[in-house]
Design a protein around this ligand. Sequence first.
Ligand SMILES: C[S@@+](CC[C@H](N)C(=O)[O-])C[C@H]1O[C@@H](n2cnc3c(N)ncnc32)[C@H](O)[C@@H]1O
Length: 215
Amino acid sequence: MSSAHVDQVAAVFDRWADAGRAEGMERGHGPTARPAFDRLQVGLGSRYLDVGCGNGYTVRWALARGAQAIGIDASPRMIERARAQTEGEATYAVARFPEHDLDLLAEGSLDAVFSMEVFYYLPDVDAAVAEVARLLAPGGHFACIVDFYAENEASHGWPDDLGVSMHLLSEAQWARSFETAGLAVVEQTRLREATPEDPAWKREQGSLLTLGRRP
Ligand SMILES: C[S@@+](CC[C@H](N)C(=O)[O-])C[C@H]1O[C@@H](n2cnc3c(N)ncnc32)[C@H](O)[C@@H]1O
């Protein structure tokens, strides 16, 4: 996948932001994101990054815990939404992961990295997980959630629905990507935070969380 692919993805999410769908994602993803975020044990002074932060809802959760919080997203309109809705000292940047040129993202500079429904859009999943591993300090954690994965057959049509290509990985492939990057997989689970209005896959398959730790 090329930089043209990232242009295409960013354009889709610019349109979603303008249509109010960033807040729709906060409502839809938030109940699943929360237990994954809680596993990161973000606290006072933690250095926190959300990759593909959308409207910044988890950045605000991290701020509320007293963390130094950063949110990056390839969509300029998403970052505008995030800035407009955040009071306090968060750092937001328009950036394309993993090919960012942000000085603030230095090797070993983070305690916790979170990402919800983003990593399969990235041009090179293994390179992106390796970049997270580089950014984490020893003992730091990465929580990566995806709804588009091989075992969730209901998701397989999403690339056609959105008109963008996506990487379809299995649970085992996500775990292998973490391990290849030098992250220990401390937990891999399905989060099933579904309401009666949600589609059946949310209850049956759920969202795939892979939680890694830099040794
Ligand atoms: C499905 S949305 C999820 C947003 C947010 N995490 C949430 O839960 O609401 C995917 C987000 O990933 C961002 N994204 C996609 N590719 C990216 C890349 N290469 N670098 C940074 N952000 C990216 C998109 O712009 C979009 O905001």
